[in-house]
Ligand binder design. Structure first.
Ligand SMILES: O=C(CO)COP(=O)(O)O
Length: 333
């Protein structure tokens, strides 16, 4: 079964009534591919959900940006999954890094005073499970911080966050996984691919150790590559000379590597294959979020394991239509 391209617009904590109406009228006027090519979901702040629902073209859907972890009750300031269902809101974004980190919602160092979630990736996992149980569809966000990325633990973090969800979700039909590296959100930085997505086979390196090369990028005249093994295993921290049989005498390999986002998508799908089922891995959409724009969306969309986007800043602007249109790229890949 193919994975329909998915474009979500996360409006975050932005907008007035007037601005919201203007965004909606731009969306309503936009010429975009049909629903079998792209699924579009926009996520206004809670207070504008009903307004947007009343105005938005019917083929676009709506997501809330969060919901409470269990049944509603005495939880001041929270909005429950039941309320969203009652309002006719089909989707919810859960585990966004701005909630995990700024609100300490799920950060492995956080001990929430209300609930004993010491390893609190579980908090987001519980939210996902509860929202699904109420009939909501979930955009579940995962992603590493810059510090985690630079220490080479991107996949470890992303896998642990996904595990907290995967452990308890048996039906993935209503889950979209959003890989949103924290360092790329709102920064204009996005690790775009310049070359192959598929891993190559084992190659020899100077130290005589075989490394599994997954990516070669040509960035501003320099060559960078990422290997699946931690650089420490090569015996040298920092710059390492690696010989490759691609006609280049050597490459300079930096610690931590500049792991492009689409490689994380590839690894995440591999993780799903090993830890859920081949079917879940093949059918679950893994979308990318972090500085997606009208300018970079086509290149990102062309990557086989990138099944769409969760867009922040650009979803408030007319270029969101161009991002939706980038779904067309999939037809030609
Ligand atoms: O956080 C995001 C979407 O959820 C991404 O935000 P930006 O597109 O503004 O980087």
């Amino acid at each position: 079964m193919g994975r329909t391209f998915f474009v979500g617009g996360n409006w975050k904590c932005n907008g007035t009534r007037e601005e919201v109406k203007k965004i909606v009228s731009t969306l309503n006027a936009g010429e975009v591919p049909s629903q079998d090519v792209v699924e579009v979901v926009v996520s206004p702040p809670y207070v504008f959900l009903s307004l947007v629902k009343g105005l938005l073209r019917p083929e676009f859907h709506i997501a809330a940006q969060n919901c409470w972890v269990k049944k509603g009750g005495a939880f001041t300031g929270e909005v429950s999954a039941e309320m969203l269902v009652n309002l006719g809101i089909p989707w919810v974004i859960l585990g966004h890094s701005e909630r995990r980190l700024i609100l300490n919602e799920s950060n492995d160092a956080c001990i929430c005073p209300l609930i004993p979630y010491i390893f609190s990736f579980q908090f987001v996992g519980d939210k996902v499970v509860y929202a699904l149980s109420q009939g909501l569809k979930v955009i579940a966000c995962v992603g590493e911080t810059l510090e985690q990325r630079e220490s080479g633990s991107t996949m470890e973090v992303v896998a642990a966050q996904t595990k907290a969800i995967a452990e308890r979700v048996s039906n993935w039909a209503n889950v979209v996984l959003a890989y949103e590296p924290v360092w790329a959100i709102g920064t204009g930085k996005v690790a775009t691919p310049a070359q192959a997505q598929e891993p190559n086979t084992e190659r020899d390196c100077k130290e005589g150790i075989f490394v599994d090369l997954v990516e070669i990028n040509y960035i501003e005249g320099q060559v960078a590559c990422y290997v699946t093994q931690p650089i420490e295993k090569l015996g040298t921290l920092g710059s390492v000379q690696v010989y490759l049989d691609i006609g280049l005498s050597h490459l300079s390999l930096e610690k931590g590597g500049d792991m492009p986002s689409h490689v994380v998508h590839f690894e995440l799908r591999k993780w799903l294959q090993a830890n859920t089922s081949p079917e879940v891995a093949a059918t679950t959409r893994i979308i990318y979020g972090g500085s997606v724009s009208g300018a970079n969306c086509k290149e990102l969309a062309a990557q086989p394991d990138v099944d769409g986007f969760l867009v922040g800043g650009a979803s408030l602007k007319p270029e969101f239509i161009d991002i939706i249109k980038s779904a067309e790229v999939k037809k030609s890949t």
